[in-house]
Design a protein. Structure first.
Lengths: 176, 130
């Protein structure tokens, strides 16, 4: 398998322990820019991205994020602009905006991996606390944090599920 | 009961105060006995949660937060005390979520907002320093 895209996809891992080394501004911009190329329903631009580099803000974010095991050197907080979502007539329970949070995050995680950064997504955090810490305008709701940094030499063990289905069992071809 | 205090010192203790220009550590507000009590509660709550209803989990966590707030209140700075009161009050209001899960979530969100507002001030997130 020589295709570099497939190699990147298969070698990317969630990194949960990071060093104190900083993320350079141009690296952060590269990761942010990659989100533009993620698939978004109708190209409606329903999301906002908050780039966080200040150590105190990163520290405060981690305090309100039980799922953030790593201490990132930078972070990108992916937010849904619900005011804009509503202006398009989407129902508040519509899954579309959430799906696009995922595509944006996955794209940024791959971009980070592509330029040699460590990255990991976090969804276990207090939305209200993060919005307060980031002073987000009304209508923006943070939904996922992409943590960025450099991998520490030792990583906590990955989550493994015993007795789960084999990958092949998760796939249905055509009609069941 | 004799509490074994965590290491520390200051103008009123037997150790000399910090030299002029030295970096001063923030005051210690939790002694070892209380820290171990909380540690024991959290570890055992993790275990008991495996046998209990899922709705107990937030209650146990808030209990831990409430106990921690109670433990550190006597030595906490004035800036922290309103949050500690909020946490202790929040625990008593959110003790049970049965019957009003939506209201429970709202009260928890309000508590999270209080925590964040305190962090904005205590960490000076609006300041020019990093």
């Amino acid at each position: 398998m020589n295709d570099p895209v497939l190699q990147a996809i298969r070698s990317r891992r969630v990194v949960r322990a990071m060093t104190r080394d900083p993320v350079q501004q141009d690296q952060l911009k590269t990761v942010l820019d990659s989100a533009r190329y993620a698939p978004h329903a109708g190209n409606r631009r329903l999301h906002r991205y908050v780039a966080v580099t200040r150590p105190r803000i990163l520290r405060a974010l981690r305090m309100v994020s039980p799922g953030m095991l790593q201490r990132p050197a930078a972070a990108v907080v992916v937010c849904v602009d619900w005011a804009r979502v509503e202006s398009y007539g989407f129902h508040p329970a519509s899954p579309g905006p959430y799906i696009d949070v995922g595509t944006a995050a996955a794209t940024m995680l791959l971009a980070a991996h592509g330029i040699g950064l460590a990255a990991g997504p976090v969804t276990s955090f207090s939305r209200t606390a993060a919005a307060t810490i980031l002073n987000l305008p009304e209508g923006l709701r943070p939904e996922l944090i992409v943590c960025l940094g450099h991998p520490a030499a030792e990583q906590p063990p990955a989550v493994r599920r015993q007795n789960g289905p084999a990958w092949e069992d998760l796939i249905q071809w055509d009609r069941g | 009961m004799g509490h074994r205090r965590c290491a520390g010192g200051g103008p009123r203790g037997r150790l000399p105060g910090p030299a002029k220009g030295a970096v001063v550590s923030p005051p210690l507000v939790l002694d070892e006995d209380d820290a171990v009590e909380l540690l024991a509660y959290l570890v055992t709550a993790a275990r008991t949660q495996m046998d209990e209803a899922a709705e107990y989990a937030p209650m146990r966590l808030l209990t831990a937060a409430g106990r921690l707030a109670e433990m550190i209140a006597p030595r906490a700075g004035t800036g922290l005390r309103p949050l500690l009161l909020d946490v202790r009050k929040g625990f008593s209001e959110t003790a049970v979520k049965a019957g009003d899960p939506g209201g429970y979530v709202e009260r928890l969100d309000a508590l999270c907002r209080s925590v964040a507002a305190h962090l904005v001030t205590s960490l000076d997130l609006d300041g020019s320093a990093s």
